[in-house]
Design a protein around this ligand. Structure first.
Ligand code: UDP
Ligand code: MG
Length: 139
């Protein structure tokens, strides 16, 4: 996969509050192109595997319960400098620290239910995209 892609999920809190449309509009307005998208719900097992890197963190159990507690939208995005630009667009992990104009500032509830995921490196963008989509879905 080219390095001009990143992976995002619209998280259960944002889906529940009907923010899918608003978040996708912010993503499109910022110049990202959607190249794959799926509405789905993660099992506890799959959510636990996705966040395995955080397994030793105190919030891991809560995170897995939350991420498997309702539907999500998984999306692969394309843009020049996608990973870094998308992290800027979503804002800080804790919405209290997120800059004005960011997705988390506008749509996040708290540090756990923070509306969206964004890959933190080109390498993880590829791993996370492959985790959620098959080769044929990624065209
Ligand atoms: N998280 C949490 N409590 C914390 C830190 C993180 O519940 O103190 C959750 C939150 O949903 C966050 C996810 O764990 O988005 C992954 O954490 P990370 O540090 O990778 O933040 P991100 O990359 O999502 O900004
Ligand atoms: Mg992260």
């Amino acid at each position: 996969m080219a390095t001009n892609r990143t992976f995002t999920m619209i998280k259960p809190d944002a889906v529940e509050k009907n923010y899918i449309g608003g978040i996708l509009k912010m993503i499109n307005d910022a110049g990202f192109k959607i190249v794959a998208m799926k509405y789905t719900q993660l099992s506890k097992e799959v959510a636990g595997e996705f966040y395995e890197v955080h397994k030793e963190r105190p919030f891991y159990g809560e995170l897995v319960d939350y991420m498997s507690g309702g539907p999500i939208v998984a999306v692969i995005l394309e843009k020049d400098n996608a990973v870094e630009d998308f992290r800027t667009l979503i804002g800080a992990t804790n919405p209290e620290d997120a800059a004005e104009g960011t997705i988390r500032k506008k749509y996040a509830t708290d540090i756990s239910a923070n509306a969206v995921h964004g890959s933190d490196s080109d390498e993880n963008a590829e791993i996370e995209s492959n985790f959620h989509f098959t080769a044929n879905e990624k065209h």
